[in-house]
Design a binder for this molecule. Structure first.
Ligand code: CAA
Ligand code: FAD
Length: 385
């Protein structure tokens, strides 16, 4: 087990969860990873498996059918799934850290009674903020909502929406009053049967089994009771949830780096060239040691941010740092892993190159690396001026 001793701060419950998820990822997900990547399709049995394992309402209270576990537990699940398949990891991540959390934090009792059990037991969620003309500049979104009697009517479109091909519950951010700028942004809950049109499904470099689609809303009617967190509060909900969500992406990238490392390092001690295992040449051994340091640093940063959040301390800067750094480490380690394995690392068959393809997304979604740097630099300015 390559888990570092410096992080022996997990509870028995968290360690048991890690072991259970590791088993599920290895036995149920592992055999399907390549096929899902090649077909660009998530196997529905895996989504069912996540529900059966109780991983789709990790922090949701037991009365709603959730596991009522800690935020750190969610981070553990995301990390363990990513070691085997970052696509399955992000499906679970978005559903838990973004969708469930919005409802747990901002939903009324009635909204929680209605939606949290469905999300914990069978219905997949997606978080719809980005649009063709507003990615990093998310609050410039152009989707509009107008009140008609007891309903809101939404027009516009969203782009890049994870899980949207399989999802049944959609959190949609739309502006109800553009004279107020981003303070008109409001969060709505819609279900697929209200008339959400799934348009283009993207073909991607990595996380190909995770669906990413454009959604069109053409007079989409949403009942007034489905406004989450109050009119005009959507921008704050979006960014506060993303502050937490970024720890999830840090965990996804951490798991990816560890997964690539674990897949290739043992091979370097078996493969012989010049009469000795390639991993024992100093040129290789030092690269492997360097990668281990980087993974350790990403792990410490990710779980530090998670614990800070859990303990009610400030965590936004630490989350941005962890997300930024884990993405760098994931790209570096997975890229090196290909080189450590030589020619076999470059083939599809071994699954090593897939980690590297999957790693690129860490620097893009839930705020690009530049957006993380911008967030961190704002804190530095505040702290030092
Ligand atoms: N935490 C809390 N509040 C924040 C904040 C933060 N990190 N950053 C900004 N705000 C608040 C400000 O306080 C301000 O609110 P008030 O007026 O109430 O004080 C408001 O947001 C606007 O602030 P700015 O003018 O400084 O912000 P901006 O408009 O220039 O940019 C931002 C704000 C859109 C949040 C930008 O910083 C950002 O994070 N962009 C990236 C968007 C993103 O992460 N998208 C992810 C989509 S979901 C996804 O990607 C899921 C997935 O793939 C798996
Ligand atoms: P842009 O904002 O156009 O950025 C392009 C480049 O410009 C980047 O390098 C960026 O860092 C740089 N840049 C932009 N502004 C600045 C600045 N102020 N300073 C310095 N550099 C800057 N969104 C959702 O809402 N829900 C989802 O579920 C979701 N899932 C996604 C899944 C995938 C696979 C992908 C690819 C995206 C997903 N997104 C999702 C969207 C994602 O959050 C955006 O792609 C991301 O925020 C970047 O926006 P953009 O693609 O428009 O790039």
């Amino acid at each position: 087990d390559l888990r570092p001793s410096s992080l022996d701060t997990f509870t028995d419950e968290e360690n048991m969860l890690r072991d259970a998820v590791k088993r599920f990822a290895t036995e149920a997900v592992g055999p399907k990873v390549r096929e899902m990547d090649e077909n660009e399709q998530m196997d529905p049995l895996i989504i069912n498996g996540l529900y059966e394992q109780g991983l789709m309402g990790i922090e949701t209270s037991a009365e709603y059918g959730g596991a009522e576990s800690s935020f750190t537990s969610a981070i553990i699940v995301i990390e363990e799934l990513a070691k085997v398949d970052p696509s399955v990891s992000v499906l679970c991540d978005v559903h838990n850290t973004l969708v469930n959390t919005v409802l747990r934090k901002y939903g009324t009792k009635e909204q929680q009674d209605k939606w949290l059990p469905q999300l914990a037991q069978s219905k997949l969620g997606s978080f719809c903020l980005s649009e063709p003309a507003s990615g990093s500049d998310a609050f410039a979104l152009q989707t509009r909502a107008k009140k008609h009697g007891d309903n809101w009517v939404i027009n516009g479109s969203k782009m890049w929406i994870t899980n949207s091909y399989e999802a049944e519950i959609f959190l949609i951010f739309a502006n109800i009053d553009t004279t107020k700028g981003y303070k008109g942004i409001t969060c709505f809950l819609a279900t697929k049967d209200m008339g959400i049109q799934i348009a283009k499904k993207e073909q991607k470099l990595g996380i190909r089994a995770s669906s990413t689609c454009t959604l069109n809303f053409d007079d989409l009617k949403i009942p007034a009771e489905n406004v989450i967190g109050g009119e005009g509060r959507g921008y704050k909900i979006a960014i506060e949830i993303l502050n937490e969500g970024r720890i999830g992406i840090a965990a996804q990238m951490l798991g990816l780096a560890q997964g690539a490392f674990e897949k290739v390092v043992p091979y370097t001690y078996q493969r012989q060239q010049f009469g000795q295992p390639i991993g024992t040449f100093q040129g290789m051994a030092f690269q492997i040691a360097q990668a281990a340091i980087e993974i350790e640093s990403a792990r410490l940063m990710t779980y530090n941010a998670a614990r800070r959040k859990e303990e009610g301390k400030t965590f936004t800067k630490e989350a941005a740092m962890a997300k930024y750094w884990s993405s760098v480490v994931a790209q570096r380690v997975s890229g090196q892993a290909i080189e450590w394995a030589g020619g076999v690392g470059f083939t599809r068959e071994t699954g090593i190159e897939k980690y590297w393809r999957d790693s690129k997304i860490g620097a893009i979604y839930e705020g690009t690396s530049n957006i993380q740097l911008q967030t961190i630099s704002k804190f530095i300015q505040k702290e030092h001026s």
